[in-house]
Design a binder for this molecule. Structure first.
Ligand SMILES: Cc1ncc(COP(=O)(O)O)c(C=O)c1O
Length: 420
């Protein structure tokens, strides 16, 4: 089966709304490499959009899933429960940020975790309002879209969205939004749009993912915590993209010295299996009545087995520290190129969650150059993802298990396509 033939069949059989970045088709993958149906090899700096911190087909994950496959694959946890669900909840409760007693519920996708975090916050506070940020991405469900702060392509044509959702600007030095500006905007929101006593939750990404790998300054996160405490609002950290070692800590919130009330997680939680979670303070998590949370596939046994193996692998292979070291190596390399690539406006990130933003000489976003970099890298066998509200940011999401030689090969290709 050739790529061109598959592209033709895809166009005829599937809707264009499911946009597809690559015009080649996966045949197999191993750790940080993918081979297509024509035998071409790609170095994977996309990791299935931040899902594969432990790499493709980590042997420990494969073995754990094989063992589970021999026992049972589905009972519906809410009908016939199984111990592994509880074991994983216990492990996440121990590891998630915050000292208070915690509970965890499992779901299937990141958007579903976000939906449920909002449901839990509303049930716990009896309030309707939710505040999110510009540049945020929280998923493609109705509430996910309402919370998302990036119109194209996520919100176009799909409204109206659920009400009582408000947005404030997310701080970003490059775009001239200081922490103070963001906090002032929140105060203005409370004066002009919504009484803080009607707000159930503020949801934010400690490092915005789709929005451009914008890192929340510590002063901002601490101020959000204080604002929430002042008004009885719950703070939700959306760690769907930042979790499980991507930022040099197991969870990004560990960088900030304050804890959220609820944390959403997905992606690298189960290393390629569909699994998400909401973890939070026990009394908040217990607000919804029995039957209010869950889903047919929520906490699927194969995905749970894979997630338990992910936690073991992260610890045993010291991948969180390795991610931080790899991130530093990439940052150094990118900083070293800045004088030779005038389009590079900013290199930023936290741990292994690193990105580079491109601008034109007049300071406006340069999505064309970004696309060029992405396309040229792909021609040379390196898979890169873009992001940013203007599509002018390249983000790096290599597996934390990537061998040094493959990382170096990827970085050499990157240098080659950036410096012309
Ligand atoms: C921070 C964040 N929240 C939520 C989501 C939605 O996750 P999913 O695509 O699994 O629904 C994403 C996906 O990219 C994300 O990055």
């Amino acid at each position: 089966m050739k790529n061109a033939e598959l592209v033709r069949r895809k166009d005829a059989a599937t809707p264009r709304g499911v946009g597809v970045m690559c015009n080649f088709y996966a045949e197999r993958a191993e750790n940080s490499e993918i081979w297509d149906v024509e035998g071409r090899r790609y170095i994977d700096f996309a990791a299935g959009i931040a899902v594969l911190n432990t790499g493709h087909r980590h042997p420990r994950l494969v073995a754990a899933m094989q063992r589970q496959l021999e026992r049972f694959t589905h009972t519906a946890y809410q009908i016939v429960p199984y111990a592994s669900y509880i074991e994983l909840a216990e492990k996440i409760n121990q590891r998630a940020p915050g000292q208070s007693a915690k509970k965890t519920a499992f779901f299937t996708t990141g958007a579903e975790a976000v939906e449920n975090a909002i449901k839990i916050a509303r049930a716990a506070t009896g309030r309707p309002g939710v505040i999110a940020f510009s540049g945020a991405f929280h998923g493609r469900t109705m509430m996910g879209m309402a919370l998302t702060g990036k119109v194209v392509p996520y919100k176009v044509g799909f409204g109206p969205f659920p009400g009582e959702v408000y947005h404030a600007p997310y701080p970003g030095e490059l775009h001239g939004i200081s922490v103070e500006d963001s906090l002032k905007a929140l105060q203005h929101l409370f004066k002009a749009d919504v009484d803080p006593k009607r707000v159930a939750a503020i949801i934010f990404e400690p490092v915005q993912g789709e929005g451009g790998f914008n890192v929340a300054p510590a002063a901002f996160v601490k101020a959000l915590r204080a604002l929430c405490d002042e008004h009885g609002i719950l703070l939700i950290a959306d760690e769907v993209q930042t979790g499980f070692g991507r930022t040099g800590k197991l969870f990004a919130m560990e960088h900030y010295g304050v804890a959220p009330d609820l944390t959403t997680m997905a992606k690298s939680l189960a290393g390629g299996m569909p699994l998400s979670a909401v973890c939070g303070r026990a009394e908040i998590m217990d607000a919804p009545a029995p039957g209010g949370l869950g889903g047919t596939y929520a906490g699927n046994p194969l995905a749970v087995a894979s997630a338990l193996a992910v936690l073991d692998v992260l610890e045993e292979e010291k991948l969180v520290a390795r991610g931080a070291a790899l991130g530093e190596r990439l940052m150094d390399r990118l900083h070293g190129l800045r004088s030779r690539v005038p389009q590079m406006a900013e290199v930023r990130g936290l741990g292994a969650m690193v990105a580079v933003e491109f601008q034109k000489a007049d300071g406006s976003p340069d999505p064309e150059f970004t696309r060029e970099v992405q396309n040229r890298a792909l021609e040379k066998g390196l898979l890169l993802l873009s992001c940013g509200v203007y599509g002018n940011v390249i983000r790096f999401l290599f597996p934390l298990t990537i061998p040094d030689a493959v990382m170096d090969e990827g970085l050499d290709i990157l240098e080659d396509v950036l410096v012309r």
